[in-house]
Structure formats: C-alpha cells, structure tokens
Design a protein around this ligand. Structure first.
Ligand SMILES: Nc1nc2c(ncn2[C@@H]2O[C@H](COP(=O)(O)OP(=O)(O)O)[C@@H](O)[C@H]2O)c(=O)[nH]1
Ligand SMILES: [Mg+2]
Length: 286
C-alpha cells in the first residue's frame, strides 16, 4: 500500500480545515470564520483502497506574540518535516497577494511537490476562476493546480488522487476506522469550541478554551474557559441563553462522534491568562 503525510498550508480562512474535512469524509477539524480557529496540528486521515493519506491541518504561520501563538508556531514548523508534499490552499474569492506569497516562499523551498488547491470556486464566473488560476500559477514551481470547492465537493476526487499519487509505499500509520489523531476528549472540546466561536464575536472567540472534564455513559461534562468576568457574562448570555445555544448545537455532533446520546453539561469558568498556562495548553492538546 501507499501511505504518507501531506502538510496543508495557506492563509487563515482560505478553507484549509473545510478541505481536510471534505477529503477525509467527516469532521476532523472545526471550522469558523474567526481567526485562530485551528490552534493545533491535526492529522486528518483519508483511507482509500490500498492507500492512506494523512493530511496535517495546521494553524497559520504567524509571528509569535504570546505563548499560545508561540506554541502553535512550534507545531507548524515541526509538521513540515517528513512530508511527501504540501497542499497549498488559496481562496479564489480573494486577491492572491502578499499573504499568499509569504507562505509560498516557505512551502516552495521545502523541496517536496507543492499541489495548489484554488478553493472556493463555487458560484464564481469561469473567467474569474481563470484569472485567479493564472495568479496562483505565478506563486512558484508547483506540481499541480486544482480549482476546487471544499463546500460543494467540486474537484475534490481529482485533488485527492493527485495527493495519493505522491505517496510512497508505506505502512498503515493509523487504524483504518480512525479519521483523526486527536483523543476523543479533545475532539469533543473542539466541537464545543466550534459553536462557541460561531456564536461570539470581537475579542471573545480568541479568549475561549474548552476542557472536557468527564465523559460518562450518559453525560459529558466540560468547562468553557474565558479570561475575564465580562467574557463569562457574554458566553453565559441572558438567563443562560448563549451557553444553552452552544450546547444545543454541539450536542448532536458529539453524539455522532460517540455513537450514543448524551447530556452535555457545560460550565463557564473564568481562568485569567489561561492561554499562558503551558501545562493547561498541554492538557488541551495544543
Ligand atoms: N464559499 C465557500 N466557502 C468556503 C469553502 N471552503 C471553506 N469555506 C468557508 O471559509 C471559512 C473558513 O474556513 P476554514 O476551513 O475554517 O479555513 P482555514 O482557516 O483555512 O482552516 C468558513 O466560513 C468556511 O465555511 C468553499 O469551498 N466555498
Ligand atoms: Mg483551520
């Protein structure tokens, strides 16, 4: 069989996580339109007949400003070792510019094939897609370029085949039924965080962390961590409306993951400066 790792690179919000989920056929990484949604390196596993493609979904490249970002940057650097190729994701909906070129410089110097996915082509005019493909092709000496939509699935089978073709003969790295390398409690925490990110705004999303305390047969208990009392009030909402909504949306996905129905018990806790607590970051799997 053929198997190996491909790193996924690209600016924030171009759809890297959505693409990884679509290629792996299920939710591996959470998605939102907020920056820093992806905080850790996640392996998404796509099994085929006689192949195992492992995609490393990564937080974006950024200048370390605080311990959380610095921690994230270290995982990004490490993930680019020992890959068979890079999947470089661009958004067809935005100008291909300085941000993309900054990342291009790093990926094209790795010495492995770079497959460009020009994402979000859904509902775009063919002429616009053609212009964007032309701009994308000038970023570097790429191996292949695929216009795709992670949302509609357009172009994904061909992209997946292209990536699988890069893989050498190798072992099964993960059990075939596994779709991600995250422990189940971290997967659950991520599903809660996804809804919390979607429902909050401004500085709140970035301050949210989720820690699963207990997974019992019928109950899952988790803490939603924030940094200040006012963030706590926002996340709880009027009469508890916000936290109830977060739970209501996250629960079906958690049940799908666990394969059974559970009661989701969420508590909002203020933990000042939790993002600076290295041991907590470790526990959260970041
Ligand atoms: N229209 C459209 N939106 C997309 C597509 N792929 C992702 N998105 C949206 O783009 C936003 C960012 O996606 P995400 O996967 O979190 O981006 P990442 O930061 O690169 O991982 C989300 O709101 C997605 O729903 C696509 O193919 N078409
Ligand atoms: Mg992401």
């Amino acid at each position: 069989m053929n198997s190996g790792f491909v790193a996924v690179a690209g600016r924030p919000n171009v759809g890297k996580s959505t693409l990884v989920n679509a290629i792996c056929g299920g939710k591996v990484a959470i998605v939102s339109d907020k920056p820093q949604t992806t905080r850790r390196r996640i392996f998404g596993i796509a099994n085929g007949v006689d192949s195992q493609l492992v995609l490393a979904d990564l937080p974006g490249f950024q200048r370390p400003l605080d311990p959380l970002t610095e921690h994230m940057q270290r995982t990004v650097d490490a993930a680019f070792e020992d890959v068979e190729g890079v999947l470089f994701v661009l958004s067809a909906r935005e100008r291909i510019g300085a941000g993309d070129r900054f990342i291009a410089r790093r990926v094209f110097e790795l010495g492995v094939p770079v497959v460009i996915a020009l994402n979000k082509v859904d509902r775009l005019k063919p002429a616009h897609v053609a212009t964007q493909m032309d701009a994308a092709s000038r970023l570097g000496d790429f191996h292949a370029l695929h216009p795709v939509s992670a949302l509609t699935g357009d172009g994904l089978p061909a992209l997946r085949d292209e990536l699988v073709a890069l893989l050498p003969e190798g072992p099964l790295y993960f059990p075939q039924e596994q779709r991600s390398d995250l422990p189940v409690e971290v997967q659950i925490a991520e599903l809660v965080r996804e809804q919390a990110l979607r429902l909050t705004k401004d500085e709140v999303p970035h301050a949210i962390g989720v820690e699963v305390e207990e997974i019992e047969d019928k109950v899952v208990r988790a803490d939603v961590l924030v940094e200040t009392e006012s963030q706590k009030q926002i996340v709880i909402g009027k009469g508890g409306a916000m936290i109830r909504e977060i739970g209501r949306r996250a629960r079906p996905e958690i049940e799908l993951l666990l394969g059974r129905s559970v009661y989701l018990d969420l508590r909002v806790k203020v933990k000042p400066r939790w993002r600076r607590d290295e041991s907590l970051l470790e526990r959260l799997g970041i």
